[in-house]
Write a protein that binds this ligand. Sequence first.
Ligand code: DGP
Length: 113
Amino acid sequence: MTETIFKKIIDKEIPADIIHEDDISLVFRDINPVAPTHLLIIPKKPIDKISDANQEDQALLGHLFLVAGEVARKLGVEDAFRLVVNNGAGAQQTVFHLHIHLIAEREFNWPPG
Ligand code: DGP
């Protein structure tokens, strides 16, 4: 894979508003928020997209979801938030380093767009 902007954020080569960091993951605010709370939860391991993950990533993927709940509680938005993973350009993925959007503090509709 080619190096992405998220790899530069992981390596602290460019700044980001970091909410959480551990050995496996990083959480920071999206630069183009679609809601008052819009975070990106990413693995430090470079995986282009969820369809590229494999069995050895099982614990990592579980960790990302646990971190989502943890940061939601930390920010006080645990009662209403949405997690979104765009997979592939056709699904509006623009940064090819796996990430989960955590969106909160806005009105939600279903089905999503
Ligand atoms: P996606 O479309 O699912 O690939 O979402 C990528 C998101 O990444 C998009 O909402 C904007 C965000 N983003 C892109 N570049 C940067 C950056 O340099 N810093 C931060 N914080 N977010 C970025």
